[in-house]
Design a protein. Structure first.
Lengths: 55, 152
């Protein structure tokens, strides 16, 4: 498969590299996560996902 | 959507991805992380530059590497990979700055027709989620992969 064919796939081919596991439990971008949690605490999830015009 | 993208690496739970932006400023390592939040199945998406020497991450850097569209397309492709693996998950994203949030909105707007074939897209406005519409400023975005099985 060449790069053009790869680019046509929506789901990418991902090379597994478990050296990246070290980042999984590190508090990376923690400020953003904290802000997201604060917002989600009051806003929650969309009330009705099926209402959207994209549904 | 047939945008150019960078090759991706990830650890086997597909929560941390890495790719290399290659442009006039050189090779810049990018890290994408999907973090758990306090809401079950809702993950925060964040990405930034990784300093090749110190390993430190910066989500405020402006690389100006002439490939912002390719970088965003690559980040979007991580959302496809993530939601393929983490079924029924929601992905929350907002920019590190208002300008960056606006950039994301423009990116979603540009490819809305394609993106909404596969995702429900919501925008946060006045502390409420609404279906994403063009020309509206949002504070954050939420994506949910469309599939046959999901119910609230």
């Amino acid at each position: 498969m060449n790069i053009n064919e790869l680019n046509k796939r929506k789901t990418p081919i991902v090379v597994i590299d478990n050296s990246l596991k070290k980042y999984k439990d590190l508090p990376l971008f923690q400020e953003k996560v904290d802000k997201a949690n604060e917002m989600l605490r009051t806003v929650g999830l969309p009330k009705d996902k099926k209402k959207g015009h994209h549904a | 959507m047939k945008l150019e993208r960078y090759e991706l690496k990830a650890e086997d739970s597909l929560m941390v991805f890495e790719f290399v932006s290659d442009g006039p400023k050189g090779r810049i390592l990018k890290l994408v992380k999907f973090s758990e939040t306090n809401l079950k199945d809702l993950y925060n998406l964040a990405f930034g530059d990784k300093d090749m020497n110190s390993g430190e991450l910066n989500d405020l850097s402006i690389s100006n590497n002439g490939d912002s569209e390719k970088v965003l397309a690559t980040v979007v492709s991580t959302v496809y990979a993530f939601t393929d693996y983490h079924l029924n998950s929601f992905v929350y994203a907002t920019g590190s700055t208002k300008a960056r949030t606006r950039l994301y909105r423009m990116g979603i707007t540009k490819y809305l027709k394609d993106v909404t074939k596969d995702f429900y897209i919501y925008g946060l406005r006045n502390d409420e989620w609404e279906s994403f519409e063009k020309e509206i400023e949002y504070d954050a975005f939420l994506a949910k992969r469309k599939n046959l099985n999901f119910t609230i």
